[in-house]
Design a protein around this ligand. Structure first.
Ligand SMILES: C[S@@+](CC[C@H](N)C(=O)[O-])C[C@H]1O[C@@H](n2cnc3c(N)ncnc32)[C@H](O)[C@@H]1O
Length: 280
């Protein structure tokens, strides 16, 4: 049976009602993606029939959404700051909270236009690529342990014509080995305690390597802060994303790694601890 936009949307909304808090919005976003139109088009053309192919593709999208798969993986993209990123299940879906870290990094890069920066655990490349695109005179490195994630980050760098030097390896090791010094360290490393992972919905779809922060969630942050003093130039700024409960513990680790630095906890829009800032 040939379906109209209105008919297809009604069916999809009914299916997604119990599966998602944003069922109606998801139904619209997915149909707009299938048709290659803006969402407003759907409201303006309710009687337009879908082709057989469009119906099949839409039903497949709705099945995945009803099963709980994040919209970003179904669409293969996610908005971050001022641009869209390619995302696949090989990378964490960039979160709005991480935009706070980017804003602080951009302020630093605009004050130090020739700075050298590194994004540790780059994933989709959201931080490194956006910073490199908006601060083209800076030199930006990005590291990830996952070759599959680096493949996506490279695609995003090409998409946004951002000049980023990518390295596969553990934390800052690729830079340490090459004697590269930096003025800016950005890191949104995994910070969920291993014991909490089984209870969380995110683990159904997002890569464990992007989430698991060890026994107390701070293993990687701690190891990064052990490596960092050796590669930081005088006056360097470090920005590390953390979990809402980790502010005091992470600040103490940061202060012991950088005894003379000003360590500050920056909060997100919800007023929760979100970033450890270390200013030397
Ligand atoms: C929480 S995700 C963050 C991704 C991206 N920076 C963002 O903000 O959306 C953490 C990333 O760190 C990477 N990672 C985990 N352990 C690592 C390690 N020891 N060295 C380098 N990268 C690591 C993961 O592969 C993953 O891509």
């Amino acid at each position: 049976m040939t379906q109209t936009i209105q008919f297809a949307l009604r069916g999809a909304k009914n299916r997604l009602q119990s599966a998602s808090d944003s069922g109606s919005l998801d139904a619209h976003v997915l149909l707009a993606a299938v048709l290659g139109v803006e969402r407003a088009y759907l409201l303006a053309h309710p009687e337009q029939p879908l082709t057989h192919d469009q119906q099949i593709r839409y039903e497949a999208f709705i099945d995945r959404c009803a099963a709980g798969e994040p919209l970003a993986y179904i669409l293969g993209r996610r908005a971050f700051f001022d641009r869209e990123f390619i995302v696949t299940p090989d990378v964490l879906i960039p979160r709005p909270e991480t935009e706070h870290l980017l804003e602080a990094a951009l302020t630093f890069a605009h004050q130090h236009p020739l700075c050298v920066g590194v994004d540790v655990g780059t994933g989709s490349g959201a931080l490194a690529v956006t910073l490199a695109a908006l601060s083209p005179t800076a030199t930006i490195h990005a590291v990830d342990f996952s070759p599959a994630a680096l493949n996506i980050a490279r695609q995003n760098a090409i998409l946004h014509q951002a000049n980023v030097q990518f390295w596969e390896g553990d934390l800052l090791t690729p830079l340490v080995e090459r004697g590269i010094k930096v003025d800016l360290v950005m890191a949104n490393l995994p910070y969920i305690a291993s014991g909490d992972l089984p209870t969380l919905a995110v683990t159904r779809y997002e890569p464990r390597l992007a989430l698991d922060g060890g026994a107390d969630g701070l293993d990687l942050v701690q190891r990064l802060l052990q490596q960092a003093p050796a590669i930081c130039n005088p006056g360097a700024l470090l920005l590390l994303e953390i979990g809402a409960e980790q502010g005091a513990a992470a600040a103490a680790i940061a202060q012991s790694a950088f005894p003379d630095a000003a360590v500050t906890i920056l909060k997100d829009l919800a007023g929760l601890d979100r970033i450890i800032q270390i200013a030397q």
